[in-house]
Design a protein. Structure first.
Length: 428
């Protein structure tokens, strides 16, 4: 990394001291992910895992990082930029009296022999420098008092899009960077003024979200944000604002869904690859829990192959703690499918998920059940997956069915071992 290497090495030492983690020699992928979030919370700029690994020498890379990257590193330690960081490091060098040395940064000064006394003094000065700088690093060591922190949320209406008012009090938090993470999606993170009391966010999709108050990369408080629907609601995915479908567009006189012609007209194209519509039903399904439920639906993707090559479908059972997401597609696209089972993901690229391939010329009946932590998924009468589910998804609060392109739902049923909790046959 050229002439910047001594400074980068010092930056790593200062940062590791501030983190107070175990040796970086033992850091895992998770540690670098966490570090990336911490740097982002401090600088509002995200460094990739590969960049951080290169800085720590985990990936072979001989070039000097770009100045933009170095400036982010410096800001993470409360310096204005990389130049300011280097100047501060150079100022920490004090030549021992009687030693005939040029005034250089202490890393560069190690290139010349030092007397024993000079070396001891130099090491002491270095340690003092590290301690002094670590006091201003992004891990402030002042005591955090949880009882003084406030984080609450209130949903404004029962329509979409919806706004949520967050009431918070972080004025006593010793952290310098306070952030609101709206959901599991870390991209939806907003910086807060720690001395203000309220912040309002727009939610464009219904769902059950665990919003987080984050301070210097650490989650301080969480607040559940439950945005319900009034029955089933169809939404076409679009950024930044989705398209909300009215009942005239979704009532197929025998099913719930959307016709290809309607989708094409809204999208402005007859090609529906990667164009998704989801049907949401969020409410409390009393009695349905992640350890005792049976869900059934009859559906199909009605797009033509020339409109949607893979004709994918997703079925999601959403809980207060996590969700189960089951994918289906034309048989030729099963390698692109991923099965989400709470805290576990089964990827089609390295697992045989060919049983999730369908013939959408006919309706498909899909069922999913969990009893005693055992998950079973059936397509028609065929068992296509079974296994232990490692995380209870909590109370079931949402059902979501998505189509890549056009699709139709005939029926939905949710039950537990004792009774039917929710059932609807569309068109009747």
């Amino acid at each position: 990394m050229g002439k910047e290497e001594p400074y980068i090495r010092l930056w790593r030492e200062l940062l590791e001291l501030s983190l107070d983690w175990e040796s970086s020699d033992t850091w895992s992928e998770y540690d670098f992910e966490k570090l990336s979030e911490i740097v982002f919370s401090k600088t509002n700029t995200r460094l990739s895992l590969s960049t951080l690994k290169r800085i720590w020498g985990k990936v072979r890379y001989t070039n000097t990082p770009a100045i933009a990257t170095l400036n982010v590193l410096a800001r993470a330690l409360d310096f204005e930029d990389w130049r300011a960081f280097k100047k501060a490091m150079d100022r920490k060098t004090v030549a021992p009296e009687g030693a005939n040395m040029e005034k250089k940064s202490f890393y560069l000064s190690f290139r010349r022999p030092l007397t024993v006394i000079g070396a001891v003094i130099g090491i002491v000065l270095i340690l003092l420098s590290i301690i002094e700088i670590s006091k201003t690093s992004f891990f402030n060591k002042e005591k955090y008092d949880e009882t003084k922190e406030v984080f609450e949320s209130r949903v404004v209406s029962d329509q979409m899009p919806n706004s949520v008012v967050f009431n918070y009090d972080a004025a006593h938090d010793p952290a310098t960077g306070i952030y609101l993470q709206q959901s599991w999606d870390k991209k939806r993170t907003e910086k807060l003024d720690k001395y203000e009391k309220q912040h309002t966010s727009v939610y464009y999709y219904p769902g059950y979200f665990n919003a987080k108050l984050v301070a210097d990369g650490q989650v301080r408080k969480t607040s559940s944000v439950f945005i319900k629907t009034n029955g089933w609601m169809g939404i076409i995915d679009k950024s930044p604002v989705p398209v909300y479908l009215n009942t005239d567009s979704t009532d197929l006189h025998g099913g719930l869904g959307i016709k290809s012609q309607t989708f094409e007209k809204i999208k402005g194209s007859s090609i529906l690859n990667d164009a998704w519509v989801h049907f949401y039903n969020f409410r409390y399904f009393d009695g349905a829990t992640g350890h005792d439920f049976n869900f059934e639906t009859t559906l199909r993707n009605t797009s033509r192959p020339e409109q949607s090559s893979c004709r994918k479908v997703t079925v999601e059972i959403v809980g207060t703690e996590n969700e189960i997401s089951i994918p289906l597609s034309d048989k030729g696209c099963i390698a692109t499918l991923n099965l989400f089972l709470g805290s576990e993901t089964i990827y089609g690229k390295d697992h045989d998920v060919s049983a999730f391939g369908c013939d959408f010329n006919a309706f498909q009946h899909l069922s999913c059940s969990v009893q005693h932590n055992q998950l079973k998924i059936l397509l028609g009468e065929k068992l296509i997956f079974s296994g232990l589910i490692r995380q209870d998804i909590g109370k079931i609060v949402g059902l979501v069915i998505g189509f890549e392109g056009a699709g139709e739902i005939k029926s939905v049923k949710l039950s537990n071992r004792q009774r039917i909790i929710y059932q609807q046959v569309f068109g009747k």
